[in-house]
Design a protein around this ligand. Structure first.
Ligand code: NAP
Length: 308
């Protein structure tokens, strides 16, 4: 594998921190430089050894890097790209980890000089936590990373980035940016919006007290609250930048919801049973694909029995 010698991470949160830890786990000897918006995050990343050096500006952090990964919220990508563009090394590969691809390609691409390769990426892995402390080396293990290469990158440059992700434990697939955004809309973005809504509804139902919501949450609601605890800045930016796909999926969701609502009203048990059988099959195929465990309750250990 043609390893990168100097990787610059712009943004030092969950995803960048996990990249750094997975690189070290894979035995990569690359120099890692980084930049984050606040002095606190920069100091924390340095203290944790996620980077060999941090810089007060993104422009300084990318100097001499042969791989630059933008790991900031989607809405910050354009400004960061404009800042680093004049300081990129000739021949460098520029990538990102943004959850939306069409908008990132449009926001970043025009700023970049002709002598660099732009290969956008989206690791389909994450948690509801953020910040450098939340990263872990196994985050990408057996998780898909979707690459949406642009015309500025040669096959060899795309393959090199693909090899990099594979060494971090990931499975790599290629997609067109718009198709990526629809896929992400179905499997990630709309579900997050539905979770945010469900938690908002529970919060709004004044006849159900906050204590009841909290105490009895294990009955399904808890998994919504975990998703709805995700970073507000990141998710605001996802919805603002994947507008079309999210609205398309939500339109279909609303139609299905009305169909189920009608079946409940009409007492159509067959409809409900068929529907829930179909969804159970989908869950089964996710487990068969190794993307989740079939342990009850997602393998969570009961806190009372905890084996901390
Ligand atoms: P995070 O933990 O909140 O970290 C974001 C980082 O970006 C922080 O270090 C923050 O610095 C920095 N930042 C924000 N605005 C900046 C700016 N203008 N200039 C420089 N640095 C800036 O977020 P994350 O979960 O790692 O997400 C990063 C990217 O990965 C996002 O685009 C997201 O869509 C994508 N992604 C996330 C997940 C997930 O589940 N979390 C999964 C796949 C992809 P400060 O701490 O100093 O503010």
């Amino acid at each position: 594998m043609n390893e990168y010698k100097h990787v610059a991470l712009i943004g030092l949160g969950l995803i960048a921190g996990s990249i750094s830890l997975a690189m070290r786990r894979a035995g990569m000897g690359a120099r890692i430089t980084g930049h984050a918006r606040t002095a606190r995050t920069r100091a924390k990343a340095l203290e944790m050894g996620l980077v060999d050096a941090v810089f007060d500006s993104a422009a300084e952090a990318v100097k001499g890097a042969d791989l630059v990964i933008l790991a900031v919220p989607v809405g910050a990508m354009s400004a960061v790209a404009a800042e680093i563009a004049p300081h990129l090394a000739a021949g460098a590969t520029i990538s990102d980890v943004g959850s939306v691809k069409g908008a990132v390609v449009a926001a970043v691409g025009p700023h970049l000089p002709d002598n660099v390769a732009f290969v956008p990426a989206h690791p389909m892995a994450g948690t509801e936590q953020s910040g450098p402390e939340s990263g872990f080396a196994s985050l990408f293990d057996h998780r898909w990373v979707l690459l949406t290469p642009t015309g500025s990158a040669s096959d060899a440059e795309v393959q090199r980035l693909s090899d990099f992700w594979a060494a971090l434990g990931a499975l790599v697939e290629y997609m067109e940016p718009d198709h990526h955004d629809l896929v992400a809309g179905v499997i990630s973005h709309a579900p997050h919006l539905i979770a945010y809504t469900m938690v908002g509804v529970a919060d709004d139902l004044t006849k159900v007290t906050k204590t009841e919501v909290v105490n009895y949450s294990a009955a399904g609601f808890r998994d919504f609250t975990r998703i709805a605890a995700s970073d507000p800045t990141m998710w605001r930016d996802v919805f603002l930048h994947n507008k079309d796909a999210t609205l398309e999926v939500l339109g279909r969701f609303t139609e299905e919801l009305f169909a189920l609502q009608r079946a409940i009203r009409m007492g159509d048990g067959d409809f409900l049973h068929d529907y829930f059988s179909r969804t159970r099959d989908i869950r089964r195929s996710i487990i068969d694909a190794g993307q989740d465990t079939d342990a009850p309750d997602f393998g969570r250990v009961n806190p009372q029995e905890g084996d901390t």
